[in-house]
Design a protein around this ligand. Sequence first.
Ligand SMILES: NC(=O)c1ccc[n+]([C@@H]2O[C@H](COP(=O)([O-])OP(=O)(O)OC[C@H]3O[C@@H](n4cnc5c(N)ncnc54)[C@H](OP(=O)(O)O)[C@@H]3O)[C@@H](O)[C@H]2O)c1
Length: 340
Amino acid sequence: MGARTNRQWLLAKRPEGMVGEHNFECVERPAPEPAEGEVLVRNVYLSFDPTQRGWMEDRESYMPPVRIGEPMRAGSVGRVVASRHPGFAEGDWVQGTGGWQDYFVTDGGGPVPLSKVPEGVPPTYVLSVLGVTGLTAYFGFLDLGVPQPGETVLVSGAAGATGSVAGQIARIKGCRVIGIAGGAEKCAWLTGPARFDAAIDYRNEDVRQRLAETCPDRINIFFDNVGGDILEAALDHIALHARVVLCGGISAYNATTPPPGPRNLLNLIIMRARMEGFIVLDYYDRAGAAVKDLLGWIESGELIHEEDVQEGFTNIPATLTRLFTGQNRGKQLLKIDGAE
Ligand SMILES: NC(=O)c1ccc[n+]([C@@H]2O[C@H](COP(=O)([O-])OP(=O)(O)OC[C@H]3O[C@@H](n4cnc5c(N)ncnc54)[C@H](OP(=O)(O)O)[C@@H]3O)[C@@H](O)[C@H]2O)c1
């Protein structure tokens, strides 16, 4: 056990502007050994999430910041390689917060407790459509959006892991759904296999004009992953009693100074609308029911999802950057070389 080498990417420098490899340092150390009540896990797949950019900053948030010199925090799925914990056995596929490293030890606790990958479910699914992004879409859209059949739903970041699931749930619930995404290829995926009613390419089209064209009855629910100009444009088109679900604001995550908020917030008053943020961790006690619904929709073909699996330990920092340049096609993952 002591002979195992643990490669780690440590947080070396807090980010200013776009995050990249310069913020991290790669080291090799002996792998830890599990104490009584702990397991040793070999990470196989890492999850990449825009919120990791926030965890790198030294500010108050829903989780403490990653400290300088610590392995970068990340969701992961892997195999138990040694167990001194009664709930886990060697060989189990488990999901946890393993971080950017080959191995980690845990007592199974934490904000996202270590859990076994359900039988028959591909391990990557618990990081994607049945994991954080799928659950975020499910609870954010259904609990805060409160969709009614026939309503018009707008989703930004629509071709991404969270947005694509939120938009498809809108369709499943009988809504008309319009997605905003960057580039013709992502928009074609939205109106093709993902069966959105319309798509707006924010990189090449006039978003305000396209919103007027695609949402003639205005927007009842806006599920926003992006913030900034897109949020402002959408607020100009909200309907009476609209629900604006603030899921994320990725357009500002790498900004050196926070951009000013939307200039038209008062539309919320005129339209008697509601705008509300949420953090998916608050809903984990209901994850079982959500996973059941999501799996049912996957099996019936109503819900599709894509995973973008990069490879190689050295590519870890560059893979995080892909989220902020829109290179990812669906849920961003990375398979660690030498793992399985
Ligand atoms: N509230 C919660 O609990 C919770 C939980 C999970 C995720 N989230 C949020 O959900 C959002 C999506 O996360 P995800 O993990 O599903 O990632 P994702 O959507 O799969 O990937 C991020 C996407 O954001 C888009 N993007 C990046 N920079 C942008 C910019 N400046 N303007 C417009 N779009 C930009 C890119 O798509 P394009 O190519 O289309 O630009 C990129 O592919 C994020 O805001 C994240 O923080 C919130």
